[in-house]
Write a protein that binds this ligand. Sequence first.
Ligand code: M6R
Length: 604
Amino acid sequence: MCGIVGYVGFREAAGVLLEGLRRLEYRGYDSAGVAVKVNGRLEVVKKAGKLQVLAESLKERALPGTLGVGHTRWATHGAPNDPNAHPHSSEDGRLAVIHNGIIENYLPLKEGLLQRGHVFASETDSEVLAHLIEEKYQGNLYQAVRLALQEAHGAYGLVVAHQDSEEIVVARTVSPLVIGLGEGENFVASDVPALLPYTRRVIFLHDGDMAAIGKEGVRLTDLKGNPVQREVVEVDWSLEDSEKGGYPHYMLKEIYEQPWVLENTLGGRLREESATAELGLKLDPARYDKVHVIACGSAYYAGWVGKYLIEALARVPVEVEVASEYRYRDPVADQKTLAIVISQSGETIDSLEAIREAARKGAGTLGIINAKGSSITREVDDTLYIHAGPEIGVASTKAYTAMIAAMSLVAVWMGRAKGRLQDQPAAEFTAELRKLPRLVEEALEERPEIARIALKYHQASDYLFLGRHIQAPTAYEGALKLKEISYIHAEAYPAGEMKHGPIALIDEHLPVVVLTTESPLYEKTVSNIQEVRARGGRVIALATKGDSEAKKFAQDVIYVPRTHHLLAPIVSAVPLQLLAYETAVCLGRDVDQPRNLAKSVTVE
Ligand code: M6R
């Protein structure tokens, strides 16, 4: 959500900023801007709309200079227009500020600044920072930023440039910032992909960190000015990892990456001889008698699948809740609770606050996370990385299936440690887990049939998704994927619940996707399908290969490979991702950056 890039060095800053912002486009934005120091003066160009609009303006007005800051803004306070775009300048135009997050006390600050004669050019909360820093500035930019941040409260990833300074000054509380270290040049960005063309040596700033970044070095302090030490991390993402690799969209590339992602998530963690999972965690699973799973969006549905897995394999009660609710409801958690937070970005603010709440109550905290060094990983007792590599498409795909694979490992780990998962079922389940990469590869082969179905139904105004037991969350995830990228209204229900209301929606115009993979509830799901058919509904069944019955009750069938019924959500997610993708392509939607959505939601 919002992208930041800053550069000091020897290259043309504008090019570095534009390229970096392009790599952050997946975060979601609606305006973009840069400020570059040109012949000792800061010059700002900013535009509503996509980066292309900004790039066109920069063709007309070149900004030669080797120090600059750039931003893509996802509107919170104020409409997405030119004045509200970042950077925001001080009144004298000598400094420029870019900011991710929300300054919570901006109204009283703005009131004071107005009374002292400041004139504002935008409706944003961020602009108060430009005026406040301008007031504090007495020839030392770092000190001015530090003093301003004694007064401004809230969330910020802040980057400030001044025309008299050879350094840019940055500060972080809540909103992520990462510094990239080069030779004779240094960078800052809100996320690693912006840095990858130039360096893999990075420093992840912590909450309360500040830095002055010059071309020859970086000084790190806390907000009081005390020096701080942070580890220099070598990131192992290749440039290619964050490029499209020949696919028309990141989302499609990421769907196809799932076999190796699952290999990464599971690899080295399954112990065949003992039929267990070795996760290298400090937490002792035997200590906990209940589990809370906290997450948002797709990660929440992965957590819901995890509930079935943990309850089935470890016989430990699990509550799953969306993080934005958990954090405010005074949950009943204690030292005997293991709170698991699931997040691709590791930056989702609701998830971060919710896990803090669980920790305050004494719960043990485990993060199931993709992004290394992200905020949540620094707050939890332990992190189990899913190792999915950068996920750029706004709609989560490979991270989703990797999260479920990670939850399967957690279920085995707990079940074995508690002595509730016996040798034989443990061996069977872990053997099936091992097969997942190959099975997902097989599931991907159904794409032509899925494309045909997508084309057939792409003009439907609504879709219904039904599934039971561990496939209920899969139905919800399928509906979420479809609505996110195709904008078709889609609802999901546990199939058995349909007769209690949603059945009223069924007519000959409504495609109904029903998850009928092999499971102890197969027969019951089939009866739910008959109820849909009897009312003229159009059924798309997702069935296990070899199921000869499915064709009899469904107009269209998508086959998935046979697996353990507790792992069916992984092989079933793949065709649902493809169905959403192919439908969105038929409709000409912006697959990788659907309207209104942001990849990582760092505001409440
Ligand atoms: O980074 P996180 O996993 O914490 O993100 C959670 C949700 O915002 C995310 O899953 C969102 O729902 C995606 N757009 C789903 O495709």
